[in-house]
Design a protein. Structure first.
Length: 184
């Protein structure tokens, strides 16, 4: 495994090992001691799974009072994954980064609590598994508009398929302070 700190504090890209032979392949996708040594000392309490078709764009989502960190693993396909820093006291508040995540070669991304998450599918379909540092709380959702012109996220697809809910999210400048993630 290789861990790479990204420009947003606490965000880490992970290149997973893959051992291949004539039977198939094997690789670890999580090992608490190695992740803690790399700056991911969190306890994960929930795993979630997402399947999306080509050109689907989901996000940018977060939780307000109960923010979750995410360890994101693409198990099928390719996505362009985006993290937006919404931590009020962060030196990179309002900044975003994006990177391609793939099932092959196997990649992961860790986003600490307080980072809004979104992705778009670059392959025919994609499946993503999330390990979460907190439980999903339906009434605690927040979001930022995926194509907020002030953020100028460089999504690599021209005409994404976006849900009505995501299309109606506010621009970051319209999100009131009490609707930003509460991160200790």
């Amino acid at each position: 495994m290789e861990f790479e700190n990204l420009d947003i504090p606490g965000a880490i890209a992970i290149r997973l090992d893959k051992f291949v032979d004539d039977r198939g392949f094997f690789g670890e996708i999580y090992r608490s001691d190695r992740y803690a040594d790399a700056g991911i000392p969190y306890t994960f309490c929930q795993d979630s799974r997402s399947f999306s078709k080509a050109n689907v764009l989901r996000g940018l989502h977060y939780q307000v009072r109960f923010p979750q960190g995410h360890l994101i693993t693409v198990t099928r396909g390719r996505v362009f994954d985006v993290g937006l820093d919404l931590r009020r006291n962060s030196p990179t508040y309002g900044k975003w980064f994006g990177m391609k995540l793939t099932a092959d070669p196997p990649m992961q991304l860790f986003l600490p609590p307080g980072i809004a998450h979104g992705f778009c599918v670059l392959s025919d379909h994609a499946e993503i598994w999330y390990k979460c540092t907190g439980f999903y709380v339906p009434n605690d959702e927040g979001g930022v508009l995926w194509n907020d012109p002030e953020l100028a996220i460089q999504w690599p697809i021209a005409e994404p398929v976006v849900s009505a809910r995501d299309a109606g999210l506010p621009r970051l400048a319209e999100v009131s302070e009490d609707r930003l993630p509460v991160v200790a």
